[in-house]
Design a protein around this ligand. Structure first.
Ligand SMILES: [Cu+2]
Length: 157
């Protein structure tokens, strides 16, 4: 296990935002919403997909994903195996009730495998995400330079 206090505080501030957003109400507010999706630019092979998922309802989980851009999409977590961080497949990414879950470099993410075409920065892909309880959602995911995705973690408060 790595020490991750910065992410804990990021989750805490996201919780505050979730509560504030709840005050504005509005019809059609979904139980699960996806913020800041991003995928890294790669010429071929596989690409990790990151996002923040806000769950405004009871416990839920991501069960899978699909994209026309890839032959397969799987769920990964990162585990420390004797000091070496390794990506490990998982059945589900938990989304605890009334909380915000970050999928980011160094943690849980969706892995697109067998890319049909290069992912180029500035473009975007459409990815459908399946949840345990919430209806599936299709999100537009911008493609970023890989270096910019690394900053995504460092820039978190
Ligand atoms: Cu992965």
């Amino acid at each position: 296990m790595r020490a991750i206090p910065p992410r804990v505080s990021a989750v805490a501030s996201a919780l505050v935002l979730t509560v504030l957003a709840g005050c504005s109400g509005g019809a059609g507010s979904a139980a699960v919403s996806v913020r800041d999706p991003a995928v890294g630019a790669v010429p071929t092979g596989s690409a990790a997909l990151y996002m923040t998922v806000e769950n405004h309802s009871a416990d839920d989980a991501i069960l899978g994903a699909s994209c026309e851009c890839a032959t397969e999409a799987s769920l990964h977590v990162v585990e420390d195996r004797g000091g070496i961080l390794m990506m490990v497949p998982t059945d589900r990414i938990e989304l605890p009730a009334d909380s915000s879950t970050d999928l980011d470099p160094g943690g849980a993410h969706i892995m697109l495998e067998g890319l049909e075409e290069p992912l180029e920065a500035g473009g975007s892909i459409r990815v459908t995400i399946r949840f345990d309880r919430a209806p599936q959602r299709t999100v537009e995911v911008p493609v970023h330079e890989l270096a910019d995705l690394a900053e995504r973690v460092e820039s978190q408060p």
